[in-house]
Design a protein around this ligand. Structure first.
Ligand SMILES: CNc1nc2c(CCNCC3CCCC3)c3nc(N)[nH]c(=O)c3cc2[nH]1
Length: 376
């Protein structure tokens, strides 16, 4: 994997770049739709490519390991072959998902013991077997096995958690660097900065991660309930330490406003379940602001969901029709709303990229953040 820095905004730390992987190019800043169980929920591959124009999607090691299981994925020739997505894929390492999904889990030096949320069976994720698992899934970019330090937490907990994540990272690198891709293409391992909301720990973690000299770096432990200002302060600090010539991935972020603010701080890659999860309960992000389509006021508004956005779904269907489908709990409701929101998120980062290349991002960002927060 390579990263080419193409432009830097004069009024902020925003940058535009190009990541090249075995499955194609990613133009940054980029938003990565989350595909949990080998699918971006309710979205066809063709819509991801044509309407949304996604360049990379995420897979979930925790889910895929439990279902369909590694034997099926290996027989298919990896996730790209299994779900038919032939562009780049990134998989998270599963640690975060164990914490957010599995009822019972126990952290030990070896790794994390947990019970499957599907059938209650017990499993152990270790740095080593999570590397092997991601080799089998076959994502172009894989994440180190880490603990996303919970928020809030005591300083000592954050310190010990960070050091354990660093020890696990060393084991990930050793395992990953001593194994090959299973399907004839190269994969890349990103380490993840932790340190919670403590400046000295964040500095220490960013310096340690940078010293591993991997081809890209991730910022973890944020978007876990901390105030947005704290998220921005930690991101700003970490981005000032991570190398400029490597892509920076801020995990689990965020709202449109969070994304623009973090682009200004130097972040290149984002993922979040918000556009798809909120779509299913009728929250639409549009070029004019946020719409709760369930609201009475859209009952007889036959205008397109978002005429400015382009793309079949956002211009073919009306607000009134989508409101009806949501109230009728029709499957098509979630499909339309998910494609629309993802189209918006990709449109937003594409606009940011154009503004950065034009050198006008900083002022545009401030206007845009205000506008996007408007509740219509
Ligand atoms: C929502 N906020 C948030 N998410 C975080 C995530 C998950 C990012 N999303 C991954 C996709 C979701 C399903 C498939 C992959 C984090 N992941 C890791 N490994 N470490 C974090 O500190 C970490 C921190 C995170 N904070």
């Amino acid at each position: 994997m390579t990263f080419e820095l193409q432009a830097q905004d004069p009024g902020s730390n925003a940058r535009a770049g190009k990541v090249t992987t075995a499955h194609g190019v990613i133009e940054t800043p980029i938003f990565m739709p989350v595909g949990t169980a080998a699918t971006v929920k309710a979205v066809h591959q063709r819509e991801l490519k044509e309407d949304i124009q996604a360049q990379i999607i995420l897979g979930n090691t925790y889910h895929l390991y439990l279902r369909p299981g590694l034997d099926i994925l290996e027989k298919a020739g990896g996730l790209h072959k299994f779900n038919g997505w032939d562009k780049p894929i990134l998989t998270d390492s599963g640690g975060y998902q164990v914490f957010s999904l599995s009822g019972t889990r126990k952290i030990i030096e070896e790794g994390v013991k947990f019970k499957s949320h599907i059938d209650g069976s017990t499993h152990l994720f270790t740095p080593e077997n999570v590397m092997d698992t991601q080799r089998t899934i076959g994502a172009d970019i894989i994440m180190a096995f880490d603990e996303c330090t919970p928020y809030p937490c005591e300083y000592d907990y954050a310190k010990n958690s960070m050091h354990r994540t660093h020890r696990w990272l060393k084991r990930c690198c050793e395992r990953f660097d001593s194994t090959e891709g299973k399907y004839g293409f190269d994969q890349t391992l990103f380490p993840i900065v932790q340190g919670s909301t403590f400046r000295d720990l964040r500095t220490q973690s960013a310096e340690y991660i940078a010293s591993m000299n991997r081809e890209g770096n991730a910022i973890g432990g944020l978007s876990v309930g901390e105030p947005a200002e704290m998220m921005y302060e930690m991101t700003d600090l970490v981005c000032s330490i991570l190398p400029k010539d490597k892509p920076r991935y801020l995990m689990g972020v965020g709202t449109p406003a969070n994304i623009l603010e973090n682009i200004a701080l130097g972040v290149d890659m984002f993922d979040c379940v918000l556009p798809t999860r909120n779509a299913r309960n009728g929250m639409l992000f549009t070029t004019q602001g946020i719409i709760n389509i369930r609201n009475q006021r859209w009952k007889d508004d036959f205008s397109p969901i978002d005429a400015e956005l382009g793309g079949y779904t956002s211009t073919f269907y009306s607000k009134a029709y989508l409101r009806h489908l949501i109230h009728a709990q029709e499957y098509l409701a979630g499909m339309i709303a998910s494609v629309h929101n993802l189209t918006f998120y990709l449109w937003l980062v594409k606009q940011a990229r154009e503004q950065i290349k034009a050198g006008t991002f900083a002022a545009w960002k401030n206007v845009m953040v205000e506008k996007l927060m408007t509740r219509l």
